[in-house]
Each structure stands twice: as structure tokens, then as C-alpha cells.
Design a protein around this ligand. Sequence first.
Ligand code: SF4
Length: 78
Amino acid sequence: MTDGASPRVWVDHDQCVSSGACVLEAPDAFAYQDGPEALAVALPAAQALPRSRLEELADLCPMGAIHLAEPEPDRPGT
Ligand code: SF4
């Protein structure tokens, strides 16, 4: 069960091969970072996307380089 919070999305640069699939599919959420390797990075807007869309985008990466990290649960009393 989840509380509906979207996971954090990030790109593992050890896996990204700059195929561009994520940038083409969701240019609002992914972009190439500066540099000769043109690795993809998740933009701040990506963090606001719903979980289903993030999972869809992660699935289209041919290298499995797009990862979703579950948000930290609230810790009352801390
Ligand atoms: S789809 Fe995957 S391999 Fe291609 S640019 Fe995006 S993160 Fe990199």
C-alpha cells in the first residue's frame, strides 16, 4: 500500500547510454546534461509527475537507467 506520494526519479549515469528515449518522450522531465557524454538527467518537473507516468518512463529506457526511489516515510516525533 502507498500513500500516493510520488517516488523520486533519477538517472544512473553508469547505465545511461544517451539513447535519448526519455528526452524525446518527456522533454519536460528529462534533458541532457552539459558535457561530451550528453547523459540524461531528471529535471525538477519530473519529480512532480504521478507514479504511473514515472514507471512508464522508467520502462522505456533501454538500459534500465531510470530509477524510482520511494520517498522517505514521515517520521512523527522526530
Ligand atoms: S532513455 Fe535511458 S539510456 Fe536513454 S538517455 Fe534516457 S536514461 Fe539514458
